[in-house]
Structure formats: C-alpha cells, structure tokens
Design a protein around this ligand. Structure first.
Ligand code: BGC
Length: 262
C-alpha cells in the first residue's frame, strides 16, 4: 500500500494561527545557535502523529523558537529501523531545508505535558524525556537517552550520527549513549518536573534479538567511526511540504538476510 498517505493531514487546527506550512516557524530572525530541527521517525502511527503535532506546535511557538518539524517515514514493509531512518531524515533536512543548530529526535508516541519543557538548543546532548508516565515518572536507568534527545548538530556529526544496524525495536538509543561517551561528551537532563511526558499506548514493534543487540552494543565505542552518517545508504521516495510538517518518505532497503543475526 501507499504508506505515505497514512501520515497525511490537511486539517489545520484552530491553534495554528499562521499556516506553519512545512512545519516551519520563526518568530523573528533565527539568531545563531537558535535554529531547532524536530525530527520524528515514523511509520503507521497516524493518530499519534496528529496528537504530537497538536502538542508540539503551541509549545514551540510559546517558547519563541525557530524550528522546523520533519517527519521521516520509512517506506515499505521491511523491519523498522528507527536509527537509520533518523540519520537519513537528518541528512535530507540539512540538504533541503536550511542550516540547523541542533536536532531533537522525537518519538512519535511521547506527548509533552508541561509547556515549559526545554526544546531550545542545548550546549551538550540533552536527554529530554526524563519523566514518562509509563516508567512511573522516573528514569528506568541512568544511561537512557531514548524517547526525546536533543543534540547540537556539531555533536551529532562528531558521533557519526546513529548506527544503521539496529533493525527492529530496541538498543539504538543505548548505542547512541555509548557514542556520546566515546567522544568524551556528557549527557545533560532538564528538571524532571518540566520534562514530563505521556506515552500513547500502542502495540509494540518486533524487537531486535537480544543476542544481536548485545553483540552490537558490545562494540559501540569501536564501531561508531565506521557505522553511521558516513556509511548510510537510502533513497528518498518522496518529499512534501505539508500543513504542519515536512514529510520525507525514505527507502532504507532491507535488513541483512542472515537469520542468525536478525
Ligand atoms: C532498550 C532501549 C529502550 C529502553 C527503554 C532498553 O532495553 O534497549 O532501546 O529505549 O529499554 O524502553
């Protein structure tokens, strides 16, 4: 089927005072250090996306941020690869839209419930989704960087982006945490009272095999130089400026066939 149609939304909600076509908004001039790319990896979560956009735009506008919301959708039926999808959507955003100072990788199922949650550009990688209802509003483990993660673009380039090898749910964020540590950076976190999220319930995606996950994670700090933005291949199937976001439909290819690994 045509999965790109899933994410389509031509309804413009009443709070969208200006049309925010393509998901871009700039209150005045985008002063240096202040231009935020919000990047949402996506497939078949139409209602989640509509909800997230209705939360994000008002919050980002109240915070007077210069931002663009980009939805990267994985084309086809191959196993979902969130990290590779984020790499590809990041590169397309930088090529097609403009210069960004930082990028916020944002799960589609996490709704920010405090308007003061900081979405501005941080000086260091900032794990934002600190308090999620599903985890009893506390961090499940201290190395977690999954959910909502902001990074200065220069730091995202420094770690060579995400790994491209995590086909299926889980582990790609732990690999990113190892990358960040490998290059000597620290992860910061906002005040947990501000960084509260509600997770939308949904059916879980197929998980990556534990033995594959641990094999990959064991070598994260060695692998990151060779596996990431510099080894990425994909093809852009479609790109479109929609009322509330820019949409990139991206073909990531197929996972390796070797069934002992995937
Ligand atoms: C997975 C992560 C995930 C975390 C929280 C870990 O076991 O490896 O990818 O973000 O659990 O759900």
């Amino acid at each position: 089927g045509n999965s790109s149609r899933d994410a389509e939304s031509h309804w413009i909600p009443p709070w969208a005072s200006d049309p925010i076509t393509g998901g871009h908004h700039a209150p005045s001039d985008c002063s240096p250090g202040k231009s935020v790319l919000i990047l949402v990896p996506y497939r078949q979560r139409e209602q989640h996306l509509a909800a997230l956009l209705s939360y994000l735009h008002p919050i980002l506008q109240r915070q007077q941020l210069c931002y663009s919301i980009v939805v990267g959708e994985q084309y086809g039926n191959a196993t979902f690869n969130k990290a590779k999808l984020m790499n590809a959507a990041f590169l397309e955003s930088v090529r097609q839209l403009r210069r960004f100072d930082c990028v916020v990788f944002h799960d589609v199922d996490l709704l920010p419930t405090n308007p003061f949650v900081p979405y501005n550009c941080p000086a260091y990688p900032r794990h934002i989704s600190v308090s999620i209802d599903k985890f009893g509003y506390s961090l499940p483990y201290k190395q977690l960087v999954g959910g909502v993660l902001a990074m200065p673009v220069r730091h995202f380039l420094k770690v060579n982006g995400y790994s491209n090898l995590f086909w299926g749910w889980g582990g790609e964020d732990d690999d990113m945490e190892a990358r960040i540590r490998s290059v000597g950076l620290l992860v910061t976190r906002p005040n947990p009272r501000l960084a509260r999220y509600r997770m939308i319930r949904h059916q879980a995606r197929k998980e990556i095999l534990n033995e594959v996950r641990y094999k990959l994670l064991y070598l994260s700090s060695k692998r990151y130089r060779l596996d990431g933005l510099n080894s990425l291949s994909y093809s852009l199937v479609a790109s479109e400026s929609r009322p509330l976001y820019t949409h990139f439909l991206i073909d990531l290819g197929q996972p390796p066939r070797s069934s002992s690994f995937y």
